[in-house]
Design a protein around this ligand. Sequence first.
Ligand code: ZN
Ligand code: MN
Length: 477
Amino acid sequence: MAEEEMKVIIGLEVHCQLDTKSKLFCGCSADFRADAPNTHVCPVCLGLPGALPVLNKKAIEYALKVAKALNCTIPEEGEFCRKNYFYPDLVKAYQITMGDNPLALGGYIEIEDDAGNPKTVNLTRIHVEEDPGRLVHMGNKERGHYTLVDYNRSGIPLIEMVTEPELSSPKEARRLLNKLRATLEYLDVFDPEKEGSIRVDANISIQGHERVEIKNISSYKGVEKALTFEITRQKNLIRRGGTIVRETRHFQEGKGTTTSARSKETATDYRYFPEPDLPVIRVADWVKDIILPELPDARRDRFMQQYGIAVNHARTLTGDLRLAEFYESVADVGPAIAASWIADILIGELNYRDMALGTVASHTSEFKDLIVLVRDKKITDKAGVEVLRVWLDDLHAGTKKETPAQIVERLGLARESGESFRGIVEQILAANPQAVADHKAGKKGALNFIVGQVMKETKGKSDPREIHAMIAELVGE
Ligand code: ZN
Ligand code: MN
């Protein structure tokens, strides 16, 4: 089968922890990560005999916010049910989840496809369920292989979102998750910084062949990597005339590969039945009281309107709530220059250092001073980046004592007018007669070579446009 006929089909099941104070069916604190194992537990979340679940309304309210923000249809009633299976992390040998009557149906998320065009990805449903405990595997296969169980996570509220199989590439899957994360953050119902707060199962197939499910991928990068590996594996197998079997596979984060786990269960294996200890929830009355905040797409459109910035900048800046807020606190130095310094320069420098935006946000006025130095032509763009790097290095190391202006002063980066470089320009022209001749002969690149030599000699303190003009004048154009 030809490459272009191998169409990739991907659907996701995304589990996100709702950032409530207490668990879904008991009063145990959901803020457990800093505490010792099995210290946030009670008879309900340990599944002791006779313990009864009491629904945390906040979790339902949060889930309804998500459903409304993702354009879902919300039926009048939702019903919890039991999904039966045994696993050591599941204390009751069943999970309280939702079956035929979930909280929300349909809905969609808007992303861009790999060509940059808008694409709507439809959702199948959203429901609420409890998180199982956490298993910690100790030792290795040869020696001391055993598993510890921590029930602090048992009963943490989750929303499970299922997309239709409409994604066509690992990058699209990544963009969908980024959009989802941004939306949940804007809604203030989810904390993406918490370890394990999002887990993804991905269904993937090549059109015309069986599908494979990859279970429990716990990072955004992991989803893209697992899908990329799996597409290659399936395509190679098909090319060699093999058959894709319907199965569940696990993703090995470290190796970036997937391995076969077991054949896929079907819904009937779980013997779903209505949860007798919880009433049907009537959500119709709650829904109309839910007021949504400004969401990422609306904010992107507002940024373009209000600040006159380009769509790619607006999209980047609104893709993360904290980044959007930071931009708005900086924009008064000049919306365009602020957008480009944050989206094109700062983000990359932060990623390179693995630094959080918060560190810079707590020194916003100094960051603005730096942009103003560039805006007012006190330093060149190139010098500005150099100052930013020194400033960030110091902030990151916790040794910051200098303001951007002081760094400019110490490193002697203040921009000087082109005239003060006339001597240097003349020297370089004299030293490169061939390049001058090439330039006069209209050879492309010759002028850039000369300008580059001057920039190097003046250590970024000169403005390339001024140097261009001066060279043009000196070579007599
Ligand atoms: Zn509990
Ligand atoms: Mn689930």
